[in-house]
Write a protein that binds this ligand. Structure first.
Ligand code: G3I
Length: 314
C-alpha cells in the first residue's frame, strides 16, 4: 500500500480527511484529497445553518457536491453534524419551546433520510457537555431538556437504520470529568436501549500534550459496547515551525495513531483537513498552527511520515 487510506484499510480501519466546498476549486488540493484518503467528512456544509436555513426548507447542494466527489473516489463519508449549538440558523432560537423537539426531529429525519445509504456514520449530537461534565446550556438543552440527546438518536436511527450513530466531542480524549460524563451517558443509553453506536473523539490536540490516558479511555468506551473514532484530529504548535517542533509533532501523531490501532473497536481516524493551507487553527488560535500532516504547499511533513509508519507503511 502506498497511501494512508490503503494502509488503514489493510488493518480494517479508515484514514480520512475533512474538507469544505471552497477548497474544491484547488486542483492540487483535490488531487491529494481524492487519492490519499479512504474517508471524507464534510467540514461545514452538513451543518444546520447550511442544510435548513429556513424552517422546513432544506438545501443539500453543497454537501451533495462533497458526497458525490467522495463516492467517485470510493471514499466513505462521515456525516457532521445534526444537532449542535454552533452554526445554527437564527430562526431555531425563535422556535416556541414546545415545538423545538419536533423541529429537531424533522431536521434529523430530513437530513439523514436525504443521505441514507451515502453516509456510514453520523455525528448525531456534537459538543453537548461542558468541561466539568455538566450539560452545555444550548437552546436544545434549555428548551427540550436532558432528553434531547436520546430523542435525536432515536430520530436518526428511524431515518437510516444502517448508519452508525455517534456522539462527538472535544477534550474527551483523556480520562477526566468531561469524558466521564460522556461515558455515563453512553452507559445509560445502552442500558435503556437508546440507539447509540459510537463515540467520536475530536482530538484537537497540542504538540507535547497528547493525553497519556487516550488509549485507556478509548478502550473503556469500547468495553461498554460502542465503537470509537478519532474524528477531527490535528496537533497544533506555536508558530513558527521548527525542526524540533516538527519532530515532536510527528511523535505525537504516531502515538495517537497507535492509540487507535491498539483498540479493536477504533473504526478509524479523520484529520480536520489534511493541509495547513486550509486548517481552521490560525483563525481561532492566533499564533498557533501547522497542525496537519501536509504543509501549506502540499509537502509531506514529518507528521505524515510518522502516520505512514504507524499505520504499518514501509
Ligand atoms: O461561509 C462564510 C463566508 O460566506 C464568509 O465570507 C466567511 C467570512 O468569515 O465566513 C464563512 O463562514 C465560516 C465557515 O467556517 C465556512 O468557512 C465561518 O465564519 C467560520 O466560523 C466557520 O468555521 C468553522 C467552525 O467549525 C465553526 O464553528 C470551521 O470552518 C470548521 O472547521 C469548524 O469545525 C469544528 C467542528 O464542526 C466541530 N468541532 C470543532 C471544529 C473546529 O472548530
Amino acid at each position: 500500500p502506498a497511501t494512508l487510506g490503503e494502509l488503514a484499510a489493510a488493518q480494517g480501519r479508515y484514514f480520512g480527511s475533512a474538507t469544505d466546498n471552497p477548497e474544491l476549486s484547488d486542483s492540487q488540493y483535490t488531487e491529494i484529497l481524492g487519492s490519499e484518503f479512504g474517508q471524507i467528512t464534510v467540514g461545514n456544509t452538513m451543518k444546520w445553518q447550511y442544510t435548513e436555513p429556513a424552517r422546513g426548507q432544506f438545501d443539500y447542494a453543497d454537501a451533495d457536491a462533497i458526497v458525490d466527489l467522495a463516492a467517485s473516489h470510493g471514499q466513505v463519508v462521515r456525516g457532521h453534524t445534526l444537532v449542535w449549538h454552533n452554526q445554527l440558523p437564527g430562526w431555531v432560537s425563535s422556535v416556541p419551546d414546545a415545538e423545538l423537539a419536533d423541529v429537531m426531529r424533522d431536521h434529523i429525519t430530513d437530513e439523514v433520510g436525504h443521505f441514507r445509504g451515502q453516509v456510514v456514520q453520523w455525528d448525531v449530537v456534537n459538543e453537548a457537555f461542558e468541561e466539568d461534565g455538566s450539560r452545555r446550556q444550548s437552546v436544545f438543552q434549555q428548551k427540550i431538556g436532558d432528553g434531547y440527546i436520546a430523542e435525536a438518536f432515536r430520530a436518526a436511527r428511524a431515518a437510516d437504520p444502517d448508519a452508525k450513530l455517534c456522539y462527538n466531542d472535544y477534550n474527551i480524549e483523556g480520562i477526566g470529568a468531561k469524558s466521564d460524563a460522556v461515558y455515563e451517558m453512553v452507559r445509560s443509553f445502552l442500558a435503556e436501549g437508546v440507539p447509540i453506536d459510537c463515540v467520536g473523539f475530536q482530538s484537537h490536540l497540542i504538540v507535547g500534550q497528547v493525553p497519556a490516558s487516550f488509549q485507556e479511555n478509548l478502550q473503556r468506551f469500547a468495553d461498554l459496547g460502542v465503537d470509537v473514532a478519532l474524528t477531527e484530529l490535528d496537533i497544533r504548535m506555536e508558530l513558527p515551525r521548527t525542526t524540533d517542533k516538527d519532530t515532536r509533532q510527528a511523535a505525537d501523531y504516531a502515538t495517537v495513531v497507535e492509540d487507535c490501532l491498539a483498540v479493536s473497536r477504533c473504526l478509524g481516524i479523520t484529520v480536520w483537513d489534511y493541509t495547513d493551507k486550509y486548517s481552521w487553527i490560525p483563525s481561532v488560535f492566533p499564533g498557533q498552527g501547522a497542525a496537519l500532516p501536509y504543509d501549506e504547499n502540499f509537502g509531506k511533513k514529518p507528521a505524515y511520515d510518522a502516520v505512514f509508519a504507524a499505520l504499518g507503511g514501509e
